[in-house]
Design a protein around this ligand. Structure first.
Ligand SMILES: NC(=O)c1ccc[n+]([C@@H]2O[C@H](COP(=O)([O-])OP(=O)(O)OC[C@H]3O[C@@H](n4cnc5c(N)ncnc54)[C@H](O)[C@@H]3O)[C@@H](O)[C@H]2O)c1
Ligand SMILES: O=C(O)CC[C@@H](O)C(=O)O
Length: 325
């Protein structure tokens, strides 16, 4: 006999459903969370909702969910969940912070290498029947300076991988310790040095009110003209209009983007520039990452519904049980 309804609002791995239904207490329902009307209707009976990055759980969604006890994010970024509104409503929010970091880091490295060597452009030309060896000469990574903006989980994995390419790695992160940076072979700098010295710059920040637009017109005035920028974190951190202007005016050499201010994004003016490559938010899109993200999110939901402490809860003090449902 099921007691609770868990709503899966984005495409999650089959492992999530298997965990949720393990003890027979949870009925799983599926909804397309990007269909706002359907989402709000489905939330009316939900005790928990599981999302990736496409579904917005904001104040309106929370107000439509009188029974809701938990929001579980199968991934890292929580910018699509209004954590403050959830907390005020007594709804526990949990993410799966370590689930997809290796996939995201590997994708950032893949984008950086593809950008340096024009892999997507050369591939497209070849498939169209053009053998254009002269058009796609690239640059080496060895000996170049890599700037890492945000030396957290993903930034650290990227730094370690690219140090192995003999890059000099510098990073800006006011919350990172010197000891941590040293273990990675990274030197911590201030923003000025990061911007003015980096030949490659990779962004690994959360999207917050402090980081929104951080790489904007001002920052892009202070970079080298041979800078190649990678953003596989969140779209709003890099101001797309400022980046477009900098690329167009030759103040930046190239950009590789996995994330966009508004997603899905298929018609950005940036896509018209030859020195921009992009992927449609694929950083976490591996079966390994999705399996971990889905099952961890589902485990958090079971703990929350049982009134037990949820290790990855972002709005409950560790060790303090959430209210029993
Ligand atoms: N493309 C994808 O599919 C994908 C996958 C996973 C995560 N992400 C994004 O990557 C982000 C980073 O993930 P993570 O696991 O490394 O997070 P994290 O919390 O481990 O690291 C973020 C780091 O940013 C630093 N930071 C915060 N504000 C800063 C500021 N103003 N200036 C400089 N540094 C600042 C923090 O100190 C922290 O070390 C996530 O928030 C998410 O938005 C994207
Ligand atoms: O769910 C996804 O595929 C994206 C996840 C990623 O952006 C994250 O923040 O974890």
């Amino acid at each position: 006999m099921t007691q609770y309804v868990a709503l899966i609002a984005d495409a999650l791995s089959p492992g999530a459903r298997a965990v949720l239904t393990r003890d027979g207490a949870v009925e799983v329902r599926q909804v397309d969370g990007t269909d706002r009307t359907a989402l709000l209707a489905a939330l009316a009976d939900a005790d928990a909702v599981l999302v990736r990055s496409a579904t917005r759980i904001d104040a309106e969604a929370l107000a439509s969910a009188p029974r809701l006890r938990a929001v579980a994010r199968a991934g890292v970024g929580l910018d699509n969940v209004d954590v403050a509104a959830a907390t005020a409503a007594g709804v526990l929010v949990a993410n799966a912070p370590a689930s997809n970091v290796v996939s995201a880091a590997e994708h950032a490295v893949a984008l950086l290498l593809a950008l340096a060597r024009h892999v997507p452009q050369a591939h497209a030309a070849l498939k169209e029947g053009r053998w254009e060896r002269g058009a796609y000469s690239g640059v080496e990574l060895a000996g170049k300076t890599l700037g890492v903006l945000g030396l957290g989980r993903i930034g650290s994995l990227v730094a370690r991988r690219l140090a192995a390419f003999d890059m000099e790695v510098i990073a800006y992160d006011p919350y990172a310790s010197q000891a941590h940076a040293r273990t990675l072979g990274v030197r911590l700098t201030d923003v000025d040095e990061l911007l003015s010295r980096s030949q490659f710059l990779t962004v690994h920040l959360p999207l917050t009110e402090q980081t929104r637009g951080l790489i904007g017109f001002d920052a892009l005035q202070r970079v080298r003209p041979d800078l190649r920028l990678v953003n596989a974190a969140r779209g709003g951190i890099v101001d797309e209009a400022a980046l477009y202007a900098a690329l167009k005016e030759g103040r930046v050499a190239g950009a590789a983007l996995d994330v966009y201010a508004h997603e899905p994004c298929t018609d950005s003016p940036l896509f018209g520039l030859d020195n921009v490559i992009g992927t449609p938010h694929l950083g976490a899109s591996t079966p390994e990452a999705q399996d971990r993200a889905g099952t961890q999110a589902a485990e958090s939901v079971l703990l929350a519904l049982a009134g037990l402490p949820v290790p990855d809860a972002v709005n409950a003090p560790q060790g303090v049980p959430v209210p029993t449902v």
